[in-house]
Design a protein around this ligand. Sequence first.
Ligand SMILES: [Zn+2]
Length: 425
Amino acid sequence: MQHVTRKSTCRLCGSSLLQLVLPILPSAIGDAFVSQERLQEKQQVYPLDCYLCFDCGHLQNLDVVDPEILFREYTYRTSVSLGLVEHFRNYARSVVSGLAIPKDSLVVEIGSNDGSLLKAFQAEGMRVQGIDPAREIAKIATQEGVPTIPDFFTSRIAGQIKAANGPAALFCANNVFAHIDNLSDVVTGVRTLLAPDGAFVFEVSYIVDMIDNMVFDTIYHEHVSHHALLPMETFLNRHDMTLFDVVRTGTKGGSIRAFAQPMSTGKRPKSPQLTTLMAEEERLGITKPQVYRDWFAAIESRKQDVLAYLDAAILAGKTVAAYGASTTTTTLLYHFELTSRIAFIVDDNALKHGLFSPGAHIPVLPSQELAARKPDIVVILAWIYAEPIVTRNAEFVRNGGTFLIPLPVAKTIDMHGAAALRRSE
Ligand SMILES: [Zn+2]
């Protein structure tokens, strides 16, 4: 297959004892929405199977899509989202004071995007260095005063940064740790660059929350790892690093902010919340296959509920549309086998209007089209936002339309109220 490399060993420990636990169906690249002119181009689908390592318990995808395809053309600018700027200010302040980082220390961030977070660290009196492979965005960041290396972070680049700027008091990696195929080299680089009392802070989606909240649709090609603390600690230890704290954050259906330090020289004690959460992972068996087999069975049961309902409706001559055009909705469309059942998609983001969904090329229209085209059923693919979507589109329901919310438990909402589609479990 083009543009895909297939790994045969665990990304964290190198073991070849890997078992397929989540056979998520192949999908096109999740955010590769295309314009009318590109409709003739066939968009390939790539595997999304998730494997569990029997040695360290890490859940991961082994089919890796070429990062040049996934990340080089990335155009999303962080600071475009206003809420995030405020978030970064608070983040920088709390990390600097919480870890007692002295002024004029070096803060390094990978996946630094347009430098929004590093600007917040500059405001706290820090020296900063960004690294981001998206060339255009890296150039803009540098022009705006945040020096940014336009490349993927490696241990080699870590050596160069250290030679030029000295060691880092703080190394940040937010929502990029799931994206990196060669994590060993990256963490070697982090260890190289960190000062003896330095800290490594990273935010990742948390597999325990993903399971609890049924958020399987954040499994897409950019995310090759789905992290838990136990396998991460084993991995970090091998690189002379160790976790010392963790904070659960509410973003993206459940994430953690984890803190690590050099194992041989770090002096910060392990926090009680870290110990508690690691014990909770032990109790859940997060490094064992059963929890994933149960989760997959629950996902399949939702899928069967949704398909049984839709197929009966389609047979009765009803029309079906969908709500939400994003990376996660692509995973859901493909895994629930909805692509051939959906006539069109609506979305509130004007940038998506007039485009066509990745691979299946379903047209994306403004949500006002619901009133004009009057589909009988609208599947809310962006189900995390089901509540505000239903509220904003009350008229669709008043006019006789039915919303189908596929997850966490499949249910419909029509003028008579909500009804679960649950079959026996
Ligand atoms: Zn492993």
